[in-house]
Design a protein around this ligand. Sequence first.
Ligand SMILES: [Zn+2]
Length: 193
Amino acid sequence: MRETNLSNENTSPQGVECPMCGSKRVRSAIETEVFEYGSGSDAVELKTQVPLHTCLQCDFEFTNELAEIKRHEAVCTYLGILTPKEITSLRNRLDMTRAKFSDLTGLGEASLGRWERGALFQNKAYDKLLRLLQYEENIHCLQAWEEDSVEVTIPIGHEEVITNSVFKALSPEIENEQRKYGQLFYLRPTGSE
Ligand SMILES: [Zn+2]
């Protein structure tokens, strides 16, 4: 379902080419698009503004990646999660590359890229983590943990102590040491979400 907003209409927008005949004589208008999100009884109708292009040569109507971005943003708003733009600007405010941000947070670099490009929705848990990272003090916490963990090194011979003493009662000294080794290993998301 579309409602044309004629006041926003213009002809021959830059770089837009008809995918059908290749003509650059394309008219564009911002239209309100209603689309369905979800399936079955969970399906909802969402509304967004997308640029709709019409080829003046062959009359073909089409939308491009800009419309995809708009639809994705509308779904993010419906789900109550950060939009790709918001995630990107969060990372840019920290002046970090994806690789650096992913090192610090343990988030998969590939997933982060997909969230930022709008190719994938982050789940609620990841979204909450991202929201927490909007607070500078939380970034400082992560940085401090990073620094702590690189200071710990495993002395040669201690690997055996760890495997042999798993089910033994530990003296406080050994327990403390074991804790330190434990902190060296942490789980990362596999990057599929
Ligand atoms: Zn055409």
